[in-house]
Write a protein that binds this ligand. Structure first.
Ligand SMILES: [Zn+2]
Length: 67
């Protein structure tokens, strides 16, 4: 306690103790999904455009793309 490491969110640049959070090192689940969506979009740009449900996932336990 009291010794949290402050990091910069890779997506939005906000600084805070994100690394200790559920979505670390991102400041929020949304920023994490945005970042994943960026590389996922690179990989699947031609076959699967980014869809709103990628940002609306309400389950924190889902780490990877649904398959
Ligand atoms: Zn962020």
């Amino acid at each position: 306690m009291g010794d949290l490491t402050r990091v910069k969110c890779p997506t939005c640049g906000r600084v805070g103790a994100w690394f200790d959070g559920p979505s670390g090192p991102f400041c929020s689940r949304r920023c994490k999904l945005v970042d994943l969506g960026q590389w996922f979009g690179e990989e699947h740009r031609l076959s699967e455009p980014l869809r709103p449900e990628h940002f609306a996932a309400g389950d924190d336990t889902r780490e990877g793309p649904p398959d």
